[in-house]
Ligand binder design. Structure first.
Ligand code: HEC
Length: 161
């Protein structure tokens, strides 16, 4: 065997080893990534089971909350809706006594106003008085809604309307 021949053979051998390991690596990669191995299938199935479980866990809680809200809105239209109307339309000023408005819960500030009587208070809230805007600035409120808010506010501040 000539010197060149053996040199050529060693080159071919090297190429063969490199090619061989390359093909082997490709086969491994393809097998793993196509997800045909049993481990991969198992992981996917577990994930689906987990997702179904969390869905089932969350659903009843959400339903209970909806039921609670529905009950709260229908139960006793008096005090509860008066409170809700107040929170939405009046608390902006009356919660903190903004613009010198009588603060909800402050009996001293409310006593002389409550002393005017319910009718006068409600009228003043509906029509506005000095810096107090008519209906608290929300004309879409009905007179009855404003009255409910007045009753709730006054009764939360030492009154008994
Ligand atoms: C922009 C601020 C503001 C909002 C919003 C507001 N008020 Fe007032 N309110 C006042 C101020 C200021 C006074 C005090 C007016 C005065 O006596 O000079 C007042 C006074 C009142 C009084 C006492 C009236 C009286 O005869 O002494 C009632 C009752 C009242 N508000 C009800 C309400 C109701 C009900 C709402 C919501 C529907 C509301 N207010 C929203 C500012 C506000």
């Amino acid at each position: 065997m000539s010197k060149e021949n053996s040199h050529l053979r060693s080159i071919l051998e090297t190429v063969g080893v490199v090619l061989g390991s390359f093909i082997f690596a490709m086969v491994v990669i393809v097998t793993v990534t196509t997800g045909n191995s049993p481990e991969a299938t198992l992981v996917v199935e577990n994930k689906i089971v987990e997702e179904k479980a969390t869905e089932a866990d969350v659903k009843p809680v959400a339903e209970v909350k909806v039921a609670e809200v529905a009950a709260g809105e229908t139960a006793g239209s008096g005090s509860i809706s008066g409170e809700q109307i107040t929170q939405k339309n009046c608390a902006l000023c009356h919660a903190g006594g903004l613009m010198n408005s009588p603060k909800i819960g402050d009996k001293d500030q409310w006593a002389p106003r409550i002393a005017q009587g319910k009718e006068m208070l409600v009228n003043n809230a509906i029509n506005g008085i000095r810096t107090m805007p008519a209906k608290g600035g929300n004309p879409s409120l009905s007179d009855a809604e404003v009255a409910a808010a007045v009753v709730w506010m006054a009764n939360s501040s030492g009154g008994n309307l």
